[in-house]
Design a protein around this ligand. Sequence first.
Ligand SMILES: NC(=O)c1ccc[n+]([C@@H]2O[C@H](COP(=O)([O-])OP(=O)(O)OC[C@H]3O[C@@H](n4cnc5c(N)ncnc54)[C@H](OP(=O)(O)O)[C@@H]3O)[C@@H](O)[C@H]2O)c1
Length: 288
Amino acid sequence: MENKNIIVLGGDGQLGSAFRFADFGYTVNRDSVSIVNYNDVFERLPEFKPDIIINCAAMTDVDYCEEHREEAEAVNYHGVRNLVNLCKENDIKLVHISTDYVFDNKHDMPISETLLFNPINWYGHTKAKAEEYIISNLSNYLIIRTSWLYGHSRVVNGIAEPARNMVNFFINSACDKAVVDQISRLTNVKTVVDITKKLLEMEETGIFNVADGGSTTPFEVAEYISSNHFQVSNWVEPILSRSLHRKAARPKYSVLSTAKLVNHGIIVKSWMDNLKGYLNEYTAASRV
Ligand SMILES: NC(=O)c1ccc[n+]([C@@H]2O[C@H](COP(=O)([O-])OP(=O)(O)OC[C@H]3O[C@@H](n4cnc5c(N)ncnc54)[C@H](OP(=O)(O)O)[C@@H]3O)[C@@H](O)[C@H]2O)c1
């Protein structure tokens, strides 16, 4: 690992920014390498001489993807195809970040890496197609499936701004309503960075679910934030997801099982412990 040249794509996003803050790999933003641009992928990217490419680049706004299908497919599927073809030709390991939204509404128990996916929204469809292409064309890959990511910031047009995620939304909007009928695993971006690093050190390949411990709902997250953070109100009203009239459907239950990680000796902290640490960092930063 020490001698490996690691390039992180999508370096301005919330997860890409976490790789940069952790000083793990060399992060490259969309202006330097757009994964949908042939010259960027097949001419500029090889100039970095990567041994490992970590792909955090994606179109992640689930409702936007539902209404802009070609755009979403271009980035989340065709962009990944480009990377797979580059990696195949040049013996580069591909680490690709995927999502719990590749699953449907049929689950009520933690979902293992071996279960077949069946997405119910276009974002999930594009991510599932990318997974299929990776699996059928590469052997030296890691697909990291994660869920409900949150981190401090991302970079837009060269300027750092708060990352778009439910935690920052609940902190900043003094939220009084949150969805109660969606269950998944809230995950701090640092968990994904740390575990990716461990899996690479162990020279693992294949699919791994990576998420913080325990399942939750947006309502529980909002309540936790309201009772542990001084800036927000103390009362949150539970609402049903259908009352939000969102463009894209979300799975009601998409809890990723982390048993495979545990079998590899990797322990995940609970979402509450990690969120508590995040809120402390947030409070400390707002006092500066
Ligand atoms: N956020 C979640 O809750 C969540 C949950 C599960 C899995 N994931 C997965 O985790 C990964 C990272 O997500 P994130 O939360 O960090 O999302 P994010 O903040 O939206 O970051 C994605 C980054 O990719 C960039 N990008 C878009 N099109 C690109 C292109 N053609 N070439 C290069 N870069 C491009 C975006 O740039 P612009 O902003 O300029 O478009 C953005 O900086 C994604 O694969 C996502 O599917 C996320």
